[in-house]
Design a protein around this ligand. Structure first.
Ligand code: PEP
Length: 253
């Protein structure tokens, strides 16, 4: 049985006290909801990680939103996977479309980040997704296939089994436009087929694949009911405790 995950991505929001307060609310609300194969995660800015782990990572796991591709060294201002792991965080988002777009992160760099995250015991949440042009001109399967092949298909089967994938169509992120559950399911099934072809059917069956892009308490149930959608990566709605927890609760209803 693959893990069901609802992961919040706070992005570059919330001062220290605001983050602690929102996380405390989420932990208190999720406490009674937690079920066996289901995990809530909050991917917070670096300044929050240590405190959030202390506050409740046994209930809601903690992740970072990025890491550097090297282990350590003279990279002023950067944070390594080892540092993230050292505070007890368990996840890291790799390849979010905002990192690809605003920080020119390409598949080769993201492949290096994925490996360093795995080597330091973190679970990468590896994001792939097509732009609106790529969806409209029909090239999106090729784009997604290349992102998978160049970004994560270079790791061993053992390492791959620790990864989570997030399908996030760029045109749906922060826009209020959600992929329909049919559009999302079509892509998730495609991703699973690609994994089966590269690794094997069992690895594909066990890989958690999240949907991200304007997911909210109203559309989550429809999306998560699809056979190949194993949860969500949630941006805007993760900044409101009620909305985020309602999305987490979708698995229980
Ligand atoms: C995201 O940034 O990963 C995301 C899915 O954002 P939103 O939910 O706001 O579209």
């Amino acid at each position: 049985m693959r893990k069901k995950i609802v992961a919040g991505n706070w992005k570059m929001n919330l001062g220290y006290e605001e983050g602690v307060s929102l996380f405390s609310e989420i932990v208190n609300m999720v406490r009674d909801e937690k079920k066996g194969d289901q995990q809530a995660v909050i991917c917070a800015p670096f300044i929050h990680l240590n405190s959030l782990v202390q506050l409740g990572n046994s209930i809601v796991a903690i992740g970072a939103q990025n890491c550097h591709q090297n282990e350590s060294g003279a990279y002023t201002g950067e944070i390594s996977a080892k540092m993230i792991s050292s505070v007890g965080a368990e996840y890291v988002i790799v390849g979010h479309s905002e990192r690809r777009q605003y920080f020119s992160e390409d598949n080769q760099l993201l492949a290096a980040k994925t490996v360093v995250a795995l080597e330091n015991g973190l679970t990468p949440i590896f994001c792939i997704g097509e732009t609106l042009d790529e969806r409209n001109n029909g090239s999106y399967f090729d784009v997604l296939k290349t992102q998978l092949e160049e970004g994560i298909f270079n790791v061993s089967t053992g390492q791959f089994s620790k990864l989570v994938i997030a399908y996030e169509p760029v045109w749906a992120i922060g826009t209020g436009l959600t992929a329909t559950s049919e559009q999302a399911q079509e892509v998730h099934a495609f991703i699973r087929q690609q994994i089966a072809a590269k690794y094997d059917a069992a690895v594909a069956e066990n890989t958690t694949i999240l949907y991200g892009g304007s997911c909210n308490p109203k559309n989550a149930a429809d999306l998560f009911a699809q056979p190949d959608i194993d949860g969500g990566l949630i941006g805007g709605a993760s900044l409101k405790s009620r909305d985020f927890v309602d999305i987490v609760k979708t698995f229980n209803s």
